[in-house]
Write a protein that binds this ligand. Sequence first.
Ligand code: B12
Ligand code: SF4
Ligand code: SF4
Length: 259
Amino acid sequence: MSYMANHFDLRIDPTKLLPNAKSVITLLKNYYPSQFQTIESPKISKYAFGNDYHEVIRAQLKTFLQRLNSQIGRVEGRGFVDSAPVLERSWAFRSGLGWIGKNGNLINKQQGSFFFIATLIVDLPLEYDSPIAKDYCGSCTKCIDACPTEAIMPDKIVDGSKCISYFTIELKEHLIPESMQGKFDNWMFGCDTCQDVCPWNRFSKPHQEVSFNPISEILNYKYSDWEMLTEDKFKTIFRHSPLKRTKWSGIMRNLKILS
Ligand code: B12
Ligand code: SF4
Ligand code: SF4
């Protein structure tokens, strides 16, 4: 256990990621869409409707850093998005951008939770305002009650080993346990249930990011279209999509567990 504690310390120390780090800038990138899937489509998480956020946001972080350099002089920095060594939610919370909800997501009172978190560590001292990250979950338990696999535990802990998002995206080439057959509420890639039911997401507004505009097949493909999709066609249509993470074989595996 002491090893875990030490390891955690390493992860929360930004100077391990950027020597001479002085500030952590946290940014939120909205991905809430304006168009949705047809009712017959196997469900895909909204974050995966368009191009891969890793590619899109990494490029934008680079541009942001270049702008800082051209406008205020030499700034050393390192950008991260969905990157294991950075405690992204904790930094966003400490930046005052929201609170961590019972569903484990960072929630912003004005925007809800359908956004990615990006982190830029810089060697620039900044003026910091005081964080205002009050927890507004109150006595609500909608996300806990709605989770199809009972993955949401007390104290804001999501049991990754029970989460549909883990099974359908991160499990890679491994099989999904048979005990999960038919329990995914038609989620084929990722899962948004604990965010869809969250009252704070009624404040979500559609994004303005062209790269996140939905791939038409994602909106319109029905179960049979996915079943008939060849590996070659998958590679062509989804070459810039987050779906490529699980590969064609992962999608075929996920489809079988839905029936
Ligand atoms: C591993 C991971 C997963 C795993 C496990 C998720 C889990 N809940 O533990 C799986 C595959 C299941 C998963 C699923 C999803 N994920 Co994910 N995931 C990650 C990843 C890579 C690491 C998270 C982690 O384990 N961090 C280590 C823990 C110890 O640190 P932490 O993240 O800061 O969170 C803890 C602290 O904040 C602490 N805490 C709570 N209150 C407070 C208060 C204070 C003061 C402090 C200091 C700390 C603290 O509790 C938190 C939970 O343990 C992050 C990216 C990243 N690097 O952060 C994305 C990330 C958390 N995922 C994200 C998303 C979008 C999802 C999905 C919605 C995708 C989908 N639609 O399918 C689902 C949602 C599932 C859910 N309800 O959580 C986003 C969340 C955006 C947001 N608004 O919060 C992130 C931040 C990626 C990104 N850059 O945008 N994910
Ligand atoms: S993403 Fe889906 S399976 Fe995972 S905790 Fe939320 S509702 Fe449960
Ligand atoms: S559904 Fe309710 S309990 Fe869950 S995160 Fe949203 S406000 Fe909090």
